[in-house]
Write a protein that binds this ligand. Structure first.
Ligand code: BG6
Length: 573
């Protein structure tokens, strides 16, 4: 499989189909950092056809030799950005020797020359007329690229022609529809492959395998048994110098409308008729179409936005700037770097089950996870024991950095009386499979080169996703944040209003604590994994109101508190 090291092609994993790959915007960062390392992984795994070449296209005047030298550069080329343990120079050269470069503007005359160059390469490499176009450029160029490729006659002749389009696909519903129209003016939907790199993640793809290839979970996958679902994408990084882009985007466009809605559709869609691309894509689009579209006036009830301010000096680090002080960000920017949303899925399976989404930058920890909380068991059977309340079962999908699945349930603590504690059954990818680190793009190239569109977004899904996001954008646009922003400090847990949002429903955010999170405290630094895991399992969520005393100096308590969200004050000696 794609996760196994040195998989080499086989009947189950045949070689990619021959093709010439044109990368528009080849001198940009994406090519070096992601595209080439991914092609390299496919080469090392023996999955890339020998009848393959790359033609980089850009406005700069580069010779093939210069282009190759820049891709092979020790300082900022493949040797630096590859993702494997060791760089295999032989494999690297084998790949990069197939790289060529042509300078062109987006103009029919230039593209006709480009087409001649592609024909030459096609003859040299035996690519059967197959051409893959990769648009690694800003979306405003997608329409003109499509038109000009068509006008230059790129669709003629034998072989397939496919286009990979990078995100963002539109900046709102209207622009996405327009972009779709422009792209589909001369091309067919089957030729368009819209990238969402979350679909390249093994742990995301595994959601489908988990649900539909196991007998015991799917029967519980509905509003009879599930109380709520939470999607968390916490990032500890800030905008990392991408302020210019981010300030016109924000977390809803950058993370939620695309990546998180993809996960949502995988987790909640109906079983597809088969694993055929369109069968799966039909169900995904259907699911997003069943999500309730809010009226603008409902937005404040179900949605919270946030923006990070500077860090507190007390955290022991030098003060880092708030979002509004970042490079290329407007000093009075209203762009949200955090959002929490409650969604309703108005179909038979999910009616009444709240779905909570939360994502932000510059938060206290990094972690992407999905938490499925089952209904509370009735507690009557425990009457007369010391057990006061029963915790619900939880299924946690750890997407990253930890990769695995965990089922949390209760077990009796050894001893003469009945006491319960959370324990878990845990599957970790790292323990079960020998896997190389992948960028996520490998499987997307590979499947595009084989004509499999499963991992790409179809136009109807993109549209359904923007329809959900649009009222939020409209409401925010119409409601300046004024003095409300920034409303959370760097390295904190996000704005308090995000907790209020879910606590109103009598629920709370389930904070996934991993050994890495515990080790942020000096007390646990370098602790044995088994010990850290035991601590994590023994943790119970408690919340305190402002002003409440948690513990006094001389209390003889068998408890220890870890402050996960909020801050405490030490008032006695
Ligand atoms: C990108 C966003 O699409 O996804 C970034 O533009 C974000 O802002 C990134 O950091 C997160 O991807 P991953 O794979 O690190 O979760």
């Amino acid at each position: 499989s794609m996760t196994t090291e040195a998989s080499a092609s086989s009947a189950a994993n045949p070689l990619s189909e021959p093709c010439i790959m044109l990368i528009f915007g080849a001198s940009g960062d994406l090519t070096k950092r992601l595209l080439v390392p991914s092609l390299y992984n496919l080469t090392c795994d023996g999955l890339l056809s020998d009848k393959f070449a790359v033609l980089g296209v850009g406005r700069s005047e580069l010779t093939d030799g210069q282009f190759r030298a820049s891709m092979a550069s020790e300082a900022d080329g493949l040797p630096k950005f590859h993702t494997r343990k060791e760089y295999d120079q032989g494999q690297g050269e084998k790949l990069i020797n197939r790289f060529h470069f042509s300078s062109a503007n987006i103009a029919v005359e230039d593209f006709k020359k480009l087409k001649l160059r592609v024909s030459e390469l096609d003859a040299e490499y035996g690519a059967l007329g197959n051409v893959l176009f990769y648009f690694a450029m800003a979306p405003r160029f997608f329409g003109p690229l499509c038109d000009t490729l068509h006008a230059a006659g790129f669709q003629d002749g034998p072989g397939w022609k496919r286009i990979i389009v990078e995100k963002p696909f539109g900046t709102d519903l209207q622009s996405a529809l327009k972009l779709n129209q422009e792209i589909l003016r001369h091309w067919r939907e089957e030729q368009i492959f819209r990238v969402d790199h979350y679909l390249g993640k093994e742990t995301v793809q595994n959601l489908l395998a988990f649900r539909f290839s196991n007998g015991m979970f799917e029967p519980l996958w509905n509003n009879h048994h599930i109380d709520n679902i939470q999607f968390n994408v916490c990032e500890s990084v800030d905008v990392q110098g991408r302020g210019g882009y981010y300030d016109s985007s924000g977390v809803l466009r950058d993370m939620i409308q695309n990546h998180m809605f993809q996960m949502l559709s995988y987790l909640c869609m109906e079983p597809p008729g088969s694993f055929e691309a369109d069968s799966i894509r039909n169900e995904k689009a259907k699911l997003l179409e069943s999500v309730r579209i809010y009226q603008p006036e409902e937005v404040p009830q179900y949605v919270v936005r946030g923006q990070y301010g500077p860090s507190f000096p007390e955290y022991g680090e030098p003060d880092k700037p708030g979002y509004r002080q970042e490079k290329d960000v407007k000093p009075d920017s209203d762009t949200e770097t955090f959002a929490a949303i409650r969604l309703h899925i108005d179909n038979r399976r999910w009616a009444g089950v709240p779905v909570y989404l939360r994502s932000g930058k510059a938060l206290w920890k990094r972690g992407t996870e999905i938490v499925v909380t089952f209904k509370h068991p009735p507690a009557a059977v425990m009457r007369g024991t010391q057990v006061e309340k029963l915790e619900p079962n939880r299924l946690i999908f750890h997407i990253q950095p930890k990769q695995g699945i965990e089922l949390v349930f209760q077990a009796k603590v050894p001893g003469p009386t009945v006491q319960l504690q959370n324990v878990d059954m845990s599957f970790s990818y790292g323990n079960a499979f020998k896997a190389s680190r992948y960028t996520g793009y490998e499987v997307m190239f590979y499947s595009c080169m084989r004509g499999d569109a499963t991992l790409f977004s179809r136009g109807d899904l993109v549209k359904a996703a923007w329809r959900i996001a649009q009222p939020l954008l409209d409401y925010w646009q119409a409601t300046p944040t004024g003095k409300e922003f920034p409303n959370y400090a760097r390295n904190s847990w996000g704005p308090p209003s995000a907790s209020a949002l879910i606590e109103r429903d009598g629920r709370r955010w389930y904070e996934v604590i991993t050994p890495e999170v515990l080790e942020m405290s000096p007390l646990f630094k370098g602790g044995e994994p088994v010990f850290l895991n035991a601590v994590i399992m023994a943790l119970q969520p408690r919340s305190f109101s402002p002003g409440q005393t948690i513990i006094k100096a001389d209390d003889t308590a068998g408890e220890m508190y870890l402050v996960c969200r909020g801050s405490v004050e030490v008032t006695d000696k």
